[in-house]
Design a protein around this ligand. Structure first.
Ligand code: SAM
Length: 231
């Protein structure tokens, strides 16, 4: 993967960035996503935010090598602290981080959000707490995808702020739109998960030390939900 050839995962994220957007890519690492979009003329400007020095330098290098310093600003900053009002950001991507981390970045940086940005999120796990945050903060999920690449299942969640929205516990767990669409990638992901969770439940049953009842009940409920959805 590089700024010319994105991974399928980042390519699918790129597809949800509105044409001509002013993009903030938070946790940008190498900066491939904003640079690829800028090279294609798909966005107007971007901020690449990074908290760690080595990836920050890597993003700076990618921007410089592509001579895009006028269009892409690379900032060493924690989460949404990379975004400034003058940037006029209207799309935010956060990819390749845990869902809880993305949720914490959104929560900590609420004051930096105008509420008019499209959020394009690609969590590595932790989708449920991330969807919970979106619901609690009036973000409606507009689009969801599951995709498999290099033996990993990835989810993409696209959301925009509107009025209050209400999702059931199952919708927060599986994704409200994925639950309706039940794409082949969705079914395959949950088949894998079901096998894994059933194995864990069996291990719990044979564990030498008692597993807390609450944990067993939680996992049992998940296995039931997944079994029902795949039925
Ligand atoms: C696994 S990389 C993903 C890079 C790229 N977004 C992608 O999907 O290929 C996650 C990056 O997020 C950065 N990161 C984690 N927490 C962050 C935060 N609070 N603010 C900014 N960057 C963060 C890490 O330093 C790391 O470079």
């Amino acid at each position: 993967m590089n700024e010319q050839t994105l991974s399928m995962r980042l390519e699918r994220v790129a597809a949800h960035v509105p044409a001509g957007a002013r993009l903030a890519d938070i946790g940008s690492d190498h900066g491939y996503l904003p640079v690829a979009l800028m090279r294609r003329g798909a966005i107007e400007a971007a901020v690449a935010g990074e908290m760690a020095l080595t990836p920050f330098r890597s993003a700076e290098r990618t921007v410089c090598e592509n001579d895009l310093q006028q269009q892409i600003t690379v900032r060493l900053a924690n989460g949404l602290m990379a975004v400034e009002p003058a940037d006029g950001i209207n799309a935010i991507t956060m990819c390749g981080m845990g869902g809880e981390t993305i949720r914490d970045i959104l929560e900590a940086g609420k004051a930096r959000l105008s509420g008019r940005e499209r959020l394009i999120l690609q969590p590595n796990g932790g989708e449920q707490p991330l969807r919970q945050w979106l619901m609690d903060n009036d973000y409606r999920i507009l689009c969801e995808e599951v995709l498999r690449e290099n033996r990993f299942d990835y989810e993409i969640i696209v959301a925009e702020r509107g009025g209050p929205v209400s999702y059931t516990a199952e919708e927060l767990y599986f994704g409200p739109l994925q639950l309706q669409a039940r794409s082949p990638a969705f079914v395959s992901k949950w088949q894998h998960r079901l096998r894994h969770k059933q194995q864990t439940l069996n291990h719990f049953g044979r564990a030498r030390h008692a597993v807390p009842e609450e944990k067993v009940q939680d996992l049992t409920r998940q296995v039931r939900w997944i079994t029902e959805v795949l039925a």
